[in-house]
Write a protein that binds this ligand. Structure first.
Ligand SMILES: Cc1ncc(C[n+]2csc(CCOP(=O)(O)OP(=O)(O)O)c2C)c(N)n1
Ligand SMILES: [Mg+2]
Length: 1018
C-alpha cells in the first residue's frame, strides 16, 4: 500500500491528481478505487501534454484505469503491457528518489501497443469506460429484456421498452461512442464482473455475448439496488461466470423425475375428479422441483426445519410431492361421503396444513417440513409463518436462523396487491421478529383470477415490494427448469450466506381458468389461445434430455408409468378411508401437551410476590442512570409493594414474573409496549447517559427463570398480530401477548381475528393461547381510542345464548374447553393477574381477548392487595357485590350488572347517593363464555330486585346484545333485564368532552333512579 501511496503522491504532485487515498490508509485496493478526485487532467495526457477532460466521471474512471493497471502490475508485471511496466518501475524508483518519472505509456493495452498519440490514448480510455458502463448497464437493466415469459407474448415487467443502454443491435453501440470496428477489440474487465471466468480481458463481442447470456436469457436478475457491494459481488459471482448454470446428468435426471411427479399428479387429479376444484398447478409445474431444490440446498447448509405458507394454487401437489403427505389421505378428501372424526367445522382440502418429519434423500439428513393451514384470504398466512418460524428458532436457541427457516409461496396478483406482504417484509430485519431470511417463491402466472397484471398493479413486476428490504429478486422463465433450479440453488445459498430475504419470481402461465371450472377465454382470449398451443414443460424438458442423451425415451416413459401406478394404488386404498381426521392435518402438533397432568408448580407465595414487586421497582444493573420520572414511578411501585398493594402494572408484573419462575416463556409484543402506551409499564429501562444501554428487570428475577421478551413492534397490526399468533402456535408452554396501542386499532388486523383466532380450532383442530390486550374505555377521548369493539368479539363467541347449560363437573373448565375464545374485562389488578395465569395453567389453549383499562391504570380504588393473590385465590369470573347490599339481599331493589371501568363510576355514584343497601353492583369479569352458573346464583340471591345491565358503551355496541339473551335464559324469560347506558350511535364515542360528560351523567341518573322502569313492559 505504501508503494501505491507514493505513486499517488508523485502523480498528484505532477498535476495528475488521479488518486486520493482514504484517510488513515487502512483501506484496501477497492476502497482506494472508489475514492477518486473530482476534477483532474486525463491520466494519459501526461504532465508534458496536459489535455483537459471535462467529464469528472471520465476522469474518475481514467484514474480508475491507471489504478487497475497498477494493481494488475503489482500482482504480476507481465499482466500489463511492457510500457506500463516501465512506467510503474520508473514511478516507483522516482517515488523513493527525486520524483523524476517518465510520463505514462501511450500503449495502453496488451495487443495494442505501438506509438499512439494522446488523443488515441484518450480514445482507448474512453472506450474502456464505455465498456465498463455497458457491463454495468446489463447488470442493472438486463432483466428488462430477459426472455421471461414462457408464452412469449407478455412482458414480465409490463413494459416492452428496451433500455437504450443495452446492446440489442449494432447501432446501439453508438450510445457508448463505440462502433462495429470495436467489437473485436479486447477490453480489460472491471473487478465488478465475473463474465471473464479466468480471463481478465475479452473482446467486446464476447463481453456482450456473455452479458446477454447472464442477464438477458431465461433469468432476469434484479439486484443492483442492493446497497452492499459485497452482496452485489456475490450475486454477480453466481450468475456471470461462464457455465454458472451447469447441471450434471444425475441432477438433470432428478429434476426430470420431480417434474414427472408434479405434472402427473395434476393429470391424475384431473382424470379422476374432472369437475372438482383443486386449483391445479398446470403451467407452473416447475414449482415442485423448485421447492425441492430450495429444501435440498437448505438442508445441505444445515437447516433441519422448514415452515412453509402458501395459497391455494398447487397446494395439493405441494402436500403430496414436497411435504409427502400420503396420497390416499389426499385422495380421500375428494370423497363427499367422508365423515369428519373431529369436532369442529373443518376446512376444504386446499387450505389444510401438514407437518412431516422425514429424511432428505439428497442430503441424508432429517428434515421437518410443515405447511401452515391457511384461510382463503391471500397472504394472511405470511406473518403467521414468520411468527412460528421465529418461535421455533427461539426455543431451539437458533439465534442466527441456521436450523429453522421459512419459505413463503405467493401468487403474483396477491403478492403485489396485499398490504400484509409489505408489513411482513418490514418485520424481516427487526431483532425480535426476524427469521433470518425467508425464501419467497412467486407463482407468477401473469393473471389474478380474471384480472390482467396491467390493471392489477402499478409497479413493473409483482415482486417490487421486496425491494424495500433490499432482497434480491430472481425472475425466471418457468419453462426452463434448469434455469429455475439454478436460481433456487442460488436463493438458498443467499439465505444461508447473508440470512436475508430473497425472491424467486417463477414467470409462468395458468393453463386452465382460476379454478378448473372457470372459462378463461371469457376474459383473456388471446392469452389462452397461446396457452392452448403451449406444450407443457414436462414434454419440453423430457425431449431436451432425450435429445441430449441424458435419458432414453423408454426410461422416461417408465418413470411416468411408475408414478401413475403409485397414484392408482393410492387411489384404490383411499376408498377404504371412511373417516377424515383433521387432526392428521395438523401443522403444529404439541405431542406431550394434552397428556400433561395437573398445573405447573404454583408460585404465589408472599416471598415470591415481594421479590417480583421489588424487582419491578428497582434497577438490577450497577451504575444505571435512570430518568428522574422513571425513578419516581419505581419509587411509587416500591411504596405499593411495601403496603402489599398492586396497581395494574404490578398486577401484570406478578403474572409474568410468577410464570417466568415456573419456566413459562412470556412474550409481549405490540406498538410501544416496552414503556406502555400509557407510560405505566416501563419494562425496559433506558440509561440516560449511555446510548443503547437498556435494562429489562423482568429478566433479572431468578437465575433459572424462563426468558422474558418484550418488544416494541413496527407500526403494523395485521402483520404483527399474525406474527404473534404464529409464535403462540409453536409451543403451549408460553404466554404470548399482543397489545394494541388502543383497542380499536385491532380492526386493521381483522383478518387475523376473523380467519385464524376466532375459528382456528374449529377449522384446523389447532389450539392457540394468544392473548390480545385491547385498551378500552370511554374516557372522553373521541370516537377513536375509545372502543375496542367488544361487540364484535362477543358476536363471534360460539356459546349458545338460548340454552341453559348443564352444570356438571367443573363447569368453568368445561365451558372454556367448548368455547372458541375467552373474552374478559377485568376490573382489578389481581383478577387480571389470575386471568393471565389461568391462560397458561389450563390443560388446553384458547385465545384470550382482554379489554384493558386506561384511567384505571392509576386509579387508587382500582388496586388490589397481595392477599388477593395468596394461596386459595383464583380468577373470579364474576365479582359479587361488595358492601351492605349483600348482607340483606332481600332488601335490595336493583341489581346492576356491569363490566370493566364503569363499575368504579357506578360505585362512586351509589356511595354519593347513599344507595349501598338498595343497589347491588355485580361485575362480570369473564363475559364470554357467559358464567351462567354464577349469574344464576346472584339473581337468585337478590330475588326481589329488578335486574339492570349497565354499560358505558352505546346501546348497539359493548356487551348488551350479548348478555341480554343470556340473562333472559338465566331467568327463564320471567324477568326483564333493563338497559342503562348510552343511546345507540354510529360512532363509538363523541368527540366533545362536554357531551361525553353529559351522557355519563344521564345514564348514571338512570342507573340509580329506582322508579325509572316501574310499569314498563318488557
Ligand atoms: C384477500 C383476498 N382477496 C380476494 C380473494 C379472492 N381471490 C382468490 S384467488 C384470487 C386471485 C389470486 O391471484 P394470484 O395471487 O395471482 O394467484 P393465482 O390464483 O393466479 O395463482 C382472488 C382475487 C382472496 N382469496 N383473498
Ligand atoms: Mg396469478
Amino acid at each position: 500500500m505504501s508503494q501505491f501511496r507514493a505513486l499517488a503522491g508523485i502523480l498528484r504532485s505532477r498535476g495528475w491528481q488521479c488518486l486520493l487515498l482514504p484517510g488513515g490508509g487502512g483501506g484496501g485496493g477497492r476502497a482506494c478505487r472508489s475514492v477518486l478526485a473530482g476534477s483532474a487532467r486525463s491520466c494519459f495526457a501526461g504532465p508534458s501534454a496536459p489535455t483537459a477532460v471535462n467529464s469528472s466521471s471520465s476522469t474518475s474512471s481514467s484514474s480508475s484505469y491507471v489504478e487497475e493497471m497498477y494493481f494488475a502490475w503489482l500482482e504480476d508485471p507481465t499482466n500489463v503491457h511492457e510500457s506500463w511496466d516501465t512506467f510503474f518501475r520508473h514511478t516507483q524508483a522516482g517515488a523513493v528518489s527525486d520524483g523524476a518519472v517518465e510520463g505514462p505509456p501511450s500503449a495502453l493495452l496488451q495487443g495494442r501497443a505501438g506509438h499512439q498519440t494522446p488523443s488515441m490514448a484518450r480514445k482507448v480510455v474512453e472506450d474502456h469506460l464505455a465498456v465498463h458502463t455497458l457491463i454495468r448497464a446489463y447488470q442493472i437493466r438486463g432483466h428488462h429484456v430477459a426472455q421471461l415469459d414462457p408464452l412469449g407474448i407478455l412482458e414480465a415487467d409490463l413494459d416492452c421498452f428496451v433500455p437504450s443502454d443495452l446492446i440489442t443491435t449494432i447501432d446501439k453501440l453508438g450510445f457508448y461512442g463505440l462502433d462495429e470496428s470495436d467489437l473485436d477489440k479486447t477490453f480489460r474487465l472491471p473487478f465488478t464482473t465475473f463474465i471473464g471466468g479466468g480471463a481478465t480481458t475479452l473482446p467486446l463481442r464476447e463481453i456482450i455475448r456473455r452479458l446477454e447470456t447472464s442477464y438477458c436469457g431465461h433469468v432476469g436478475v434484479e439486484f443492483m439496488f442492493i446497497n452492499s457491494v459485497e452482496q452485489c459481488q456475490w450475486i454477480r459471482g453466481k450468475f456471470e461466470p461462464p457455465g454458472a448454470m451447469y447441471f450434471t446428468s444425475a441432477e438433470k435426471r432428478t429434476l426430470l423425475a420431480r417434474l414427472v411427479r408434479s405434472t402427473r399428479f395434476e393429470d391424475f387429479l384431473a382424470r379422476k375428479w374432472s369437475s372438482e376444484k383443486r386449483f391445479g398447478l398446470e403451467g407452473c409445474e416447475v414449482l415442485i422441483p423448485a421447492l425441492k431444490m430450495i429444501i435440498d440446498s437448505s438442508s445441505a447448509a444445515g437447516i433441519d426445519s422448514i415452515i412453509m405458507g402458501m395459497p391455494h394454487r398447487g397446494r395439493l401437489n405441494v402436500l403430496a410431492n414436497v411435504i409427502r403427505k400420503e396420497l390416499n389421505q389426499i385422495f380421500c378428501q375428494f370423497d363427499p361421503k367422508l365423515e369428519a372424526a373431529d369436532e369442529g367445522s373443518g376446512d376444504v382440502k386446499y387450505h389444510l396444513g401438514m407437518y412431516h418429519e422425514r429424511i432428505n434423500r439428497e442430503t441424508d439428513k432429517t428434515l421437518t417440513l410443515s405447511l401452515m393451514a391457511n384461510p382463503s384470504h391471500l397472504e394472511a398466512v405470511d406473518p403467521v409463518v414468520q411468527g412460528k418460524a421465529k418461535a421455533e428458532q427461539f426455543y431451539r436457541g437458533d439465534t442466527q436462523g441456521k436450523k429453522v427457516m421459512s419459505i413463503l409461496i405467493h401468487g403474483d396478483a396477491a403478492f403485489a396487491g396485499q398490504g400484509v406482504v409489505y408489513e411482513t417484509f418490514h418485520l424481516s430485519e427487526l431483532p425480535s421478529y426476524t427469521t433470518h431470511g425467508t425464501i419467497h417463491v412467486v407463482v407468477n402466472n401473469q393473471i389474478g383470477f380474471t384480472t390482467d397484471p396491467r390493471v392489477a398493479r402499478s409497479s413493473p413486476y409483482p415482486t417490487d415490494v421486496a425491494r424495500v428490504v433490499n432482497a434480491p429478486i430472481f425472475h425466471v422463465n418457468a419453462d426452463d427448469p434448469e434455469a429455475v433450479m439454478h436460481v433456487c440453488r442460488v436463493a438458498a445459498e443467499w439465505r444461508s450466506t447473508f440470512n436475508k430475504d430473497v425472491v424467486i419470481d417463477l414467470v409462468s402461465y395458468r393453463r386452465f381458468g382460476h379454478n378448473e371450472m372457470d372459462e378463461p377465454m371469457f376474459t383473456q382470449p388471446l392469452m389462452y389461445k397461446q396457452i392452448r398451443r403451449q406444450e407443457d414443460v414436462l414434454k419440453k424438458y423430457s425431449d431436451k434430455l432425450i435429445s441430449e442423451g441424458v435419458v432414453t425415451l423408454q426410461e422416461f416413459e417408465e418413470e411416468v408409468a411408475k408414478y401413475d401406478k403409485i397414484c392408482e394404488e393410492a387411489y384404490t386404498s383411499s376408498k377404504d378411508e371412511k373417516i377424515s381426521h383433521i387432526r392428521h392435518w395438523l401443522d403444529s402438533p404439541w405431542p406431550d401437551f394434552f397428556t400433561a397432568e395437573g398445573e405447573p408448580k404454583g408460585s404465589r407465595r408472599e416471598g415470591v410476590l415481594q421479590h417480583i414487586g421489588l424487582t419491578a421497582s428497582s434497577v438490577p444493573l450497577e451504575g444505571f442512570n435512570l430518568h428522574p420520572g422513571v425513578s419516581r414511578i419505581l419509587r411509587g411501585r416500591s411504596e405499593l409493594v411495601k403496603a402489599r398493594q398492586m396497581d395494574w402494572a404490578l398486577g401484570e408484573y406478578m403474572a409474568f414474573g410468577s410464570l417466568l419462575q415456573e419456566g413459562v416463556h412470556v412474550r409481549l409484543s405490540g406498538q410501544d409496549v416496552e414503556r406502555g402506551t400509557f407510560s405505566h409499564r416501563h419494562h425496559v429501562l433506558h440509561d440516560q447517559e449511555v446510548d443503547r444501554r437498556f435494562c429489562v428487570p423482568m429478566n433479572h428475577l431468578w437465575s433459572d427463570q424462563a426468558p422474558y421478551t418484550v418488544c416494541n413492534s413496527s407500526l403494523s397490526e395485521y402483520g404483527v398480530l399474525g406474527f404473534e399468533l404464529g409464535f403462540a402456535m409453536a409451543s403451549p408452554n408460553a404466554l404470548v401477548l399482543w397489545e394494541a396501542q388502543f383497542g380499536d386499532f385491532h380492526n386493521t388486523a381483522q383478518c387475523i381475528i376473523d380467519q385464524f383466532i376466532s375459528p382456528g380450532q374449529a377449522k384446523w383442530v389447532r389450539n392457540n393461547g394468544i392473548v390480545l390486550l385491547l385498551p378500552h374505555g370511554m374516557e372522553g377521548m373521541g370516537p377513536e381510542h375509545s372502543s375496542a369493539r367488544p361487540e364484535r368479539f362477543l358476536q363471534m363467541s360460539k356459546d349458545d345464548p338460548d340454552r341453559f347449560p348443564e352444570f356438571s363437573g367443573d363447569f368453568e373448565v368445561h365451558q372454556l374447553f367448548d368455547c372458541n375464545w375467552v373474552v374478559v374485562n377485568c376490573s382489578t389488578p389481581a383478577n387480571f393477574c389470575h386471568m393471565l395465569r389461568r391462560q397458561v395453567l389450563l390443560p388446553f389453549r384458547k385465545p384470550l381477548i382482554i379489554f384493558t383499562p386506561k384511567s384505571l391504570l392509576r386509579l387508587p380504588d382500582a388496586r388490589s392487595s397481595f392477599d388477593e393473590l395468596s394461596k386459595g385465590t383464583r380468577f373470579k369470573r364474576l365479582i359479587p357485590n361488595e358492601g351492605p347490599a349483600s348482607e340483606n339481599p332481600q332488601q335490595v331493589k336493583r341489581v346492576i350488572f356491569c363490566t370493566g371501568k364503569v363499575y368504579y363510576e357506578l360505585a362512586r355514584e351509589r356511595k354519593v347517593l347513599n344507595l349501598e343497601g338498595e343497589v347491588a353492583l355485580i361485575r362480570l369479569e369473564q363475559i364470554s363464555p357467559f358464567p351462567f352458573d354464577l349469574v344464576r346464583s346472584e339473581v337468585e340471591r337478590y330475588s326481589n330486585a329488578e335486574l339492570v345491565w349497565c354499560q358505558e358503551e352505546h346501546k348497539n355496541m359493548g356487551y348488551y346484545d350479548y348478555v341480554r339473551p343470556r340473562f333472559l335464559t338465566v331467568v327463564a324469560n320471567q324477568k326483564p333485564i333493563w338497559y342503562v347506558g348510552r343511546d345507540p350511535a354510529a360512532a363509538p364515542a363523541t368527540g366533545n368532552k362536554a357531551t361525553h360528560l353529559n351522557e355519563l351523567g344521564r345514564f348514571m341518573d338512570t342507573a340509580f333512579n329506582l322508579s325509572v322502569f316501574q310499569g314498563r313492559k318488557f
